[in-house]
Design a protein around this ligand. Structure first.
Ligand code: AHR
Length: 326
């Protein structure tokens, strides 16, 4: 399927389209474009990372009363069953639309069907689901697989034919970013001398990354690990604490590549503790809000909108760090 990529400018354009679509229709419905407040239930994953905090802030800003919304916010603390319950509660409350950042890909068929039967459109943001795309109106997020490819291409370039022992800190098991970032990375390092000696989930959290890295160091020693691939900055930052506590020098003794490019991660890159970062842009609120308005106004929308990511070396991070929004 052709991928529709959006730059920041295009994002603003689509959001503006949503606003225009809302103010120009007058159907007398409940928040479907008659100028009434639109009630939106947003099922967030939790608060596992710096990326997530930036994403939540972006969503809350976009779905503000000022922009014509009443936001019913739920953060499920990374518990897939609790997130499905939250969506079911939104259906029972009769919200106008539901936005979901799905913790995991599987298990959504029933509740998405229930939302459809209740006539409540669902917009997915950030992560994807394995359900049929008939069950939701649209999705906006990042190309996690390409993020993994970019990280793997850096590792392949850096280590090439040099025998390299790599450990991996995986994101939440069953989540789209954990699955796709693993696939993309593995594809990019195929044929190199990089060997994955261990791979475990740190659940996208700093504590998780630290604890799992402590285990890797206890098992292999600092000298037995050349490279760490962390599926997000926070786990990489936790691993840095573990490496330093064990007397190692992160970024030197163990090279580190991560994904997200949040402030703390970029600072660690500038400081030389991380060696390369692939961005995952969390500022999806305006586009999600525009999509909700467009869908409720009966506008045609695409099934998926990909937001483009950047990638940063230490020098590139130093140039942009002060101007970044998250
Ligand atoms: O789904 C996006 C991922 O979720 C981010 O990379 C990670 O930091 C977050 O928890």
């Amino acid at each position: 399927m052709r991928k529709r990529f959006l730059s920041t400018i295009a994002l603003a354009g689509v959001a503006a389209l949503g606003l225009a679509a809302c103010s120009s229709s007058d159907d007398g419905g409940n928040g479907s474009g008659d100028g009434d407040t639109i009630t939106v239930g947003f099922a967030q994953t939790g608060s596992e990372s710096g990326w997530r905090s930036a994403n939540t802030e972006s969503m809350k800003t976009a779905f503000s009363a000022e922009n014509g919304f009443e936001l019913v916010f739920n953060a499920a603390d990374n518990d897939p069953a609790a997130q499905i319950t939250a969506v079911r509660n939104f259906i029972n409350q009769g919200v106008d639309a539901i936005v979901i950042a799905p913790i995991v890909e599987d298990g959504w068929d029933d509740v998405l069907q229930e939302a459809k039967d209740a006539g409540i459109p669902v917009i997915l943001e950030d992560r994807t689901v394995s359900s049929s795309d008939d069950l939701y109106a649209s999705w906006v997020g990042l190309d996690f697989r390409t993020e993994g490819v970019y990280a793997g291409e850096w590792a392949a370039e850096e280590f090439g034919d040099t025998p390299t022992k790599m450990v991996v800190l995986e994101g939440t098991t069953g989540s789209a970013p954990a699955n796709d970032r693993a696939d993309g990375f593995n594809e990019a390092i195929e044929g190199t001398a990089i060997e994955t000696i261990d791979s475990q989930t740190g659940d996208f959290t700093r504590d998780g990354g630290k604890t799992v890295m402590e285990g890797f160091i206890a098992k292999y020693g600092i000298d037995g690990i050349d490279l760490l691939y962390a599926h997000n900055d926070d786990m990489g930052l936790g691993a840095i604490e573990a490496i330093e506590a064990a007397g190692g020098v992160p970024g030197v003794d163990i090279k580190i590549v991560t994904i997200d490019a949040v402030k703390d991660g970029m600072q660690a890159l500038v400081d030389g503790k991380i060696n390369y970062i692939v961005e995952c842009n969390p500022l999806l609120g305006e586009l999600a809000a525009g999509l909700v308005k467009d869908v409720l106004a009966g506008e045609d929308v695409d099934k998926s909108y990909y937001v483009e990511d950047q990638k940063f070396t230490q020098e590139e991070a130093a140039e942009v760090i002060d101007s970044r929004l998250y």
